[in-house]
Design a protein around this ligand. Sequence first.
Ligand code: URP
Ligand code: ZN
Ligand code: ZN
Length: 463
Amino acid sequence: MRFDMVIKNGAVVTATDTCAADIGVSGHKVSAIAAQLPIENAGKVVDAAGCLVIPGGIDVHTHLDMPFGGTMSADDFETGTVAAAFGGTTTLIDFAIQYKGQSLREAFDTWMKKAHDKAVTDYSFHCIITDLGSAQLEEMGQLIREGVTSFKLFMAYPGVFMLDDASIFRAMSQAAKHAGLICMHAENGGAIDVIVQRALAEGKRAPKYHALTRPVTAEAEATSRAIALAEMAGAPVYIVHLSCNEALEKVREARDRGLPAYAETCPQYLYLSLENFDVPGFEGAKYVFTPPLREKWHQEKLWQGLAQDTLQVVSTDHCPFCFKEQKELGRDDFTKIPNGGPGIEHRLSLIYTGGVHGKRFSANRFVELVSTAPAKLFGLYPRKGTIAVGSDADLVIFDPNREEIISAKTHHMRVDYSMFEGIHTTGAPRAVFSRGKPVIDAGKFVGRPGAGQFIRRQTYSRM
Ligand code: URP
Ligand code: ZN
Ligand code: ZN
């Protein structure tokens, strides 16, 4: 048998198994896994001694080239997918936003154009619905048939993104009919807006008031309401960027009752806290995103949630805005600071460090959280999210002992600060392959813009 590439001497780690094995790659696919594969005729042999070989990371929550608050997120599909690849992520699911009066298809077409010539690795889209009439309800079924099988709805940002409960319930009922998955931004936007107006009237305008005007109860209430609406509609629900223990408890209760309720958290909620606002002047704007940072004690609850499967996924909610010029837009008023933070590059190393190196869970659970569970929930499995004969050869040679210090000076995201500046990590990718082709090798980008493909996803499957 002839292989285009053989990866030798690594420990192959999937969500379920760890074994010493060689991996044979033919074209875009994994074609053999065995204790010893012949290398005489191999196009290329890669030595993974001392490393784990894991399936490429899947980040199901990114915002590349996205308009927000009068500016655009700072990474486009080229810089964003390059930075993701440096961190071991080889598939993104970004969000195509339907604005008021638009069809869902217009949103999808717009984001396809943004990604097409730029993405260096594979991508797909959820559709954000902000205006739901009968035409858009009909379109949900059509998009699902075309591989856009999940939708994000907002319970926050009244007048911009927020949908009312009736529309949410209609969308969930339609998702139930077509096996789609609703992703929910769960915060009570109405109550938050009143609290925000009160704060502004009292002259509270600094960045930290973004966090202090978005209480945990607003997130817990909306999480509970989203789950109740989904239960009535007979639909699964996926809570995005869950940040606090109160919301986690709502998901736990639902799952204990056997409901198909799922949730993700993000590295910022595991590593950062309200204490990050104790910085001089306007620096706190670096940590303005939604939901906001919480008191430090929530972090350990979220790590436990990941270990116990109350949380199934770690995504990044990568939504970068430069500190200079972009975050600056809100210097005199926290409500004008573009919401979002950069994180696409460091998800795997941060979760490996805190999870596996920190002895909170196994390397298999790490793979499940960053690759396999996202693939299963969002219709990419088993093409992606595992290492098996017939799967795409999206592979990461991951050095579990490599130590790094995160810094804006060395990262590859197109943003002038890091949320995680100075954090020490243990474990980082050494080489990254997307459908069998090298993208990152020895610290260098070796891929090609436009090489990434749009992936038509299957419908959600229950986990
Ligand atoms: O602050 C955030 N999270 N910005 C991105 C939009 C969203 O709600 O996910
Ligand atoms: Zn959101
Ligand atoms: Zn987001």
